[in-house]
Design a protein around this ligand. Sequence first.
Ligand SMILES: N[C@@H](CCC(=O)N[C@@H](CS)C(=O)NCC(=O)O)C(=O)O
Length: 227
Amino acid sequence: MVIKVYVDLGSQPCRSLVVFLKHSTIPHEIVEIDLGKGDQKKPEFAAINPMMRVPAMKDGDFCLSEAIAIFRYLTTKFPNAFPDHWYPADLCRRAKVDEYLSYHHQGVRQPIDTVFMTEVLTPMFTGQPVSPEKVKEEEKEMRKALTDFERVFLAGKPFIIGDEVSFADIMFVSEMIQNTVSGRHVTEGNDNLKAYVDRVTDKLNPIFNEVFDEIFKWREQYLSNKK
Ligand SMILES: N[C@@H](CCC(=O)N[C@@H](CS)C(=O)NCC(=O)O)C(=O)O
């Protein structure tokens, strides 16, 4: 029975998982869940992930949520179905991917996503205008998170594990790209970080652009509505 992976490509962790899957030979079927239409709240999906969030996965009767847990499940079940650099077999290199993945949600996703929520999602759902003061405060946290990321996780290397791209890089870059929907240049004033994001994108193309197409279209639409 083929493994089903439930995603909405407007979601950062979903895109990371799909970019990885498309670089692998892991047998799977993508099932689209449209968050905008509320598919995640339908009983059939809630039976798979009671948190009613994407991504989620079903392998036979076994259900799992959380992108990182799904990534670890799939890479453990199919250890030969992906290029090693995604999640190296070498203990120390793998531990470096895990180090970032453990840090990711609180250290990077939360501060970046807070700005995205305030700038894009909250006005979209409530019709309320953006509070520039609130954005300014949240921006400070985001800038600090990016500086810390660059100093500690990149530390002058081309990628988080060194010379090759891994799942840790795509998790980071997917969050960065989410925040460009508002027209924001997240890497503005930071040539080093911009070069890193471009490097990850280049390494993962053409699959990267294919998977990120939805977010690029969302940005186009958002910016043309703002005019
Ligand atoms: N920690 C989870 C995050 C999952 C998550 O926040 N998913 C969001 C989309 S990015 C979602 O499904 N939201 C739908 C909702 O809250 O109704 C992961 O990394 O997989």
